[in-house]
Design a protein around this ligand. Structure first.
Ligand SMILES: Cc1cc2nc3c(=O)[nH]c(=O)nc-3n(C[C@H](O)[C@H](O)[C@H](O)COP(=O)(O)OP(=O)(O)OC[C@H]3O[C@@H](n4cnc5c(N)ncnc54)[C@H](O)[C@@H]3O)c2cc1C
Length: 483
């Protein structure tokens, strides 16, 4: 380790909070995108704000880059360490500071897991709505940094719609209190800017989240379809009928088969695709909405429809969807999860094209996704030990993301850009837009110390890739309705 960094960190932190030995650094080598790994110069586990500030002072004086890490479940390489950098784990920031039952909010430290907030609020009849499938492990700091979503975000919004305030420290050591508990506040919307900033602007030290009253009841409709197209039509039909389900998810045959063997959720193994659509609210609202969704699904050719009869069955139907990623991990040595968004109208042609690409490159691809908000999660199955397979997977993934842009969508729905989608940023955004991203970064982090090389590509990198940007006015699929 570079001596001045070592000396500075040793002075800033208790001995047990500084890791420098290779075997101690092993657990920090990657996040959920385990195809990419790096050993940091050092990992630190500060216990309070003063220690974070001191680590940042060492980083400033030695010009050492810093990568913040929550639980390391990110899927785009955002928490991937840098070989010449300090990894800052927020694991010790794990306190729920206060719950305001009347105000329906909670102040929590960034290392608190997503699920723990709801568990803590449950005795008060409250919960925190955004529910990534990784919620048992992922941290609220990571959720804010990625603007994470989940099954229930179709109705209740993403992380950005469910937080009031963030307390954060910049690389310059300035502590910022951003956001407000009012519906609007003066000045630029820095809360929205910080949400989804992937650790590039500041280190999050505390988050005030919104809590919602737990719905009286919830029910899931599980519908089978003989083709992806008819399932896609049913998704459009449900939304078109003016219904906003609490969740509207699709899984294709490869995914349901993998999941069923793993968790026995009761999925139809003959269906080309299944939809899981949840309604929540009062008993009357749920009965009415469920009946309407069933009617739409029948009209769109559902071959089988089942409704959860009690809470245990509802959770069983969801258990498969929530365990889909690990289930796919059981049928393949490695998998690569893509995250792109498209307009709902493009679901059928995009899924058909993914099938063609999969056949073309000889890699299987399972689809499990937030169909209601057009957020795709193709899971490419590959074997990293087979020479060339990772590169083939990367090309396949890039083709899918570029297709999302062509169809008027975006390269991320909820997992962020990280290192994974950095090249596609050059395609989605033009030079003046990227220049503004860099200007924002420089305003918060003038030395460029926080998570450099992630999320926003250099203009030089984009120039090297050539003029690849797809212009919004010249999308490749004019046949699709646009608004
Ligand atoms: C099985 C599985 C299922 C998943 N399902 C979903 C899903 O349904 N929806 C979804 O949106 N995501 C999902 N994810 C992705 C991941 O869980 C989320 O992106 C999550 O928000 C990451 O949180 P984390 O604490 O693990 O963050 P990390 O992976 O540690 O970090 C993610 C990013 O946040 C930054 N960061 C972390 N903490 C801070 C902080 N305190 N201050 C500043 N920056 C910080 C890091 O630098 C990095 O850029 C899933 C992942 C897995 C493995």
């Amino acid at each position: 380790m570079r001596t001045e960094v070592a000396r500075g960190l040793a002075a800033a932190l208790p001995r047990e909070s500084l890791l420098v030995e290779r075997e101690d650094l092993k657990p920090y080598e990657c996040d959920g995108l385990s195809a990419y790994r790096e050993t940091p110069l050092a990992a630190v586990i500060p216990a309070n704000e003063r220690e974070v500030a001191e680590v940042l002072a060492v980083a400033r004086s030695t010009r050492t880059p810093v990568v913040a890490r929550g639980a390391g479940t990110g899927l785009s390489g955002g928490a991937l360490p840098l070989a010449d950098g300090i990894l800052v784990s927020l694991a010790k920031f794990n306190r729920i500071v206060a719950i305001d039952v009347l105000g329906r909010k909670a102040r929590v430290q960034p290392g608190v897991t997503n699920l723990r907030i709801s568990q803590h609020a449950a005795p008060h009849g409250l919960y925190y709505a955004p529910d990534p499938s990784s919620q048992i492990a992922c941290s609220i700091g990571g959720n804010v940094a990625e603007n994470s979503g989940g099954v229930h975000c179709l109705k209740y919004g993403l992380t950005v719609h469910n937080i009031f305030r963030v307390r954060a420290i910049t690389s310059e050591g300035d502590v910022l209190e951003i956001g407000s508990e009012a519906l609007d506040s003066a000045g630029y919307d820095l809360l929205a800017l910080a949400t989804g900033s992937e650790g590039l602007l500041a280190i999050i030290l505390e988050v005030t989240v919104k809590l919602l009253p737990k719905p009286e009841t919830a029910q899931v409709v599980m519908a089978s379809f003989a083709s992806i197209e008819s399932a896609g039509e049913a998704v459009a039909g449900v939304i078109g009928a003016g219904i906003v389900p609490a969740g509207l998810e699709m899984m294709d045959k490869l995914a349901t088969r993998a999941v069923e063997e793993f968790v026995h959720a009761g999925y139809d193994l003959d269906a080309a695709a299944i939809l899981l659509a949840e309604s929540d609210g009062t008993r009357e609202e749920v009965a009415d909405e469920t009946a309407k969704m069933i009617e739409v699904m029948r009209a769109c050719g559902a071959t089988d429809i089942r409704c959860s009869r009690d809470e245990a069955e509802r959770l069983r139907f969801w258990s498969g969807r929530k365990a889909a990623f690990p289930a796919v991990g059981r049928i393949s040595p490695d998998y690569y999860c893509i995250d792109g968004s498209i307009p709902r109208a493009a679901l059928a042609p995009v899924l058909r094209r993914i099938e063609e690409l999969s056949a073309g490159c000889g890699l299987r691809c399972a689809n499990v996704f937030h169909a209601g908000d057009g957020n795709l999660h193709p899971l490419i199955l590959y074997d990293a030990n087979v020479p060339g397979e990772l590169e083939k997977t990367e090309r396949f993934a890039a083709d899918i993301l570029e297709m999302c842009i062509e169809y008027g969508g975006t390269i991320t729905g909820e997992h962020g850009v990280g290192v994974e989608k950095i090249n596609q940023m050059c395609i989605q955004f033009a030079t003046p837009e990227l220049a503004q991203f860099h200007a924002v970064k420089a305003a918060f982090d003038p030395q460029g110390l926080l998570n450099p090389g992630k999320a926003v590509p250099t203009l030089h990198r984009c120039a090297e890739m050539g003029a690849m940007r797809v212009h919004a006015g010249k999308l490749a699929h004019p046949e699709l309705p646009r608004f």
